[in-house]
Design a protein around this ligand. Structure first.
Ligand code: FEH
Ligand code: ZN
Ligand code: ZN
Length: 336
């Protein structure tokens, strides 16, 4: 595999925003590192939060945090990966040494906080990525394309981690609020866990899609036949006060509310209700390395089918504008 010495990529700086650079170096892997040839990289609302809404993930790095590709070169002492392997990046990019990483909760590694692929550290909006810690890679099954694998590293991984943390099981009665990109994948995941899934969604086309994805009941607003305190877990993919309040109303005693969306910087809750019914509120962030392994298996088995369209990486700026204007559904992934 001939590797060029320079490449193009999209670099974020606080001063200039996201700009195309045509002379980025292709870095050579040192001991313990490897070089990844980017196969596909997905565009996400979190990118918009950084570029336009002040989400501070550092300065001067290549963006793109939903990454899949082929190992192009390995440094000395790298075991477990060889040139040609098909892999995907675990966004939180854990240090591998701390108690969180050792305890299979590397998504909340404090050492790597804000040093995430494409969000603080270099990511995939380029042709080649130097991976400093190959422990943050998982293998992509042969029947999973790079486009689908890249889209799965956040839009499937995030709802998977939330559903797994809430201990969803075949006896669970789950409410999903919002059936957009992540919500649609969440429906498929919760059905794969055996749960009964009820979806609340304002947009008709998203309600129709939710039914196709296997939701048991789909509503624009919950009917009177569904009484408060009915659901074992409520996943809020919107997370504004109104949707959170609805989740607290309809979650059962000892039930779990998981705000997955980032619709509001702060939310309030009814403390006496929370206490008297021992309701839990779970924070959830992205997913762990083990979770992404599980996700790749679910996708490979056809149990979760993310909606993906692809474009050339040079088209990224126009798709960022489209995403800002909600001009498309599903995930767009880019091929350098
Ligand atoms: C969300 C918010 C901030 C950083 C990272 C994330 C991940 O879920 C990637 O979208
Ligand atoms: Zn993302
Ligand atoms: Zn760590």
């Amino acid at each position: 595999m001939s590797i060029p010495s320079t490449q193009y990529g999209f670099v974020y700086t606080k001063q200039n925003g996201l700009t195309l650079k045509n002379d980025l170096p292709v870095r050579k892997p040192k001991s313990g590192q490897l070089l990844l040839k980017i196969g596909a990289v997905g565009l996400c609302h979190s990118d918009l939060h950084v570029i336009y809404e002040g989400l501070d993930c550092g300065d001067n790095y290549v963006m793109g945090h939903e990454i899949a590709g082929t190992v192009a070169a390995v440094g000395e002492d790298v075991t477990g990966y060889k040139v040609g392997d098909r892999v995907a990046c675990v966004g939180p990019n854990g240090c591998g040494e701390c108690k969180y990483c050792r305890g299979s909760t590397d998504n909340v590694c404090k050492q790597a906080f804000g040093d995430w692929f494409g969000l603080g550290n270099d990511g995939g909006y380029q042709q080649y990525l130097l991976v400093q810690r190959p422990r943050n890679l998982v293998r992509v099954p042969g029947n999973v394309s790079f486009d689908v694998a890249a889209a799965s590293t956040d839009a499937v991984l995030t709802p998977y981690h939330a559903i797994k943390m809430a201990k969803v099981s075949p006896t669970s009665n789950v409410l999903m609020v919002g059936a957009g990109g992540l919500g649609g994948n969440a429906i498929q995941i919760a059905k794969a866990f055996g749960a009964k899934v009820t979806v609340l969604e304002k947009k008709k086309e998203a309600r129709d899609q939710a039914k196709k994805l296997g939701a048991d009941e789909v509503y624009e607003s919950l009917p009177g036949s569904i009484t408060p305190g009915s659901f074992s877990s409520c996943f809020d993919f919107v997370s504004v006060q109104a949707t959170f309040d609805l989740c607290q109303k309809f979650v059962e005693p000892k039930g779990i509310i998981v705000p997955v969306g980032l619709g509001a910087p702060k939310l309030s809750f009814d403390l006496s209700d929370l206490a008297l019914r021992e309701v839990q509120i779970l924070g959830t962030f992205w997913g762990t390395t083990n979770d992404l392994d599980d996700v790749m298996q679910l996708v490979s088995e056809g149990k979760v089918k993310p909606v993906v369209q692809s474009a050339n990486l040079k088209e990224l700026p126009e798709y960022i504008d489209k995403l800002r204007n909600n001009a498309y559904e599903g995930r767009v992934v880019f091929n350098p």
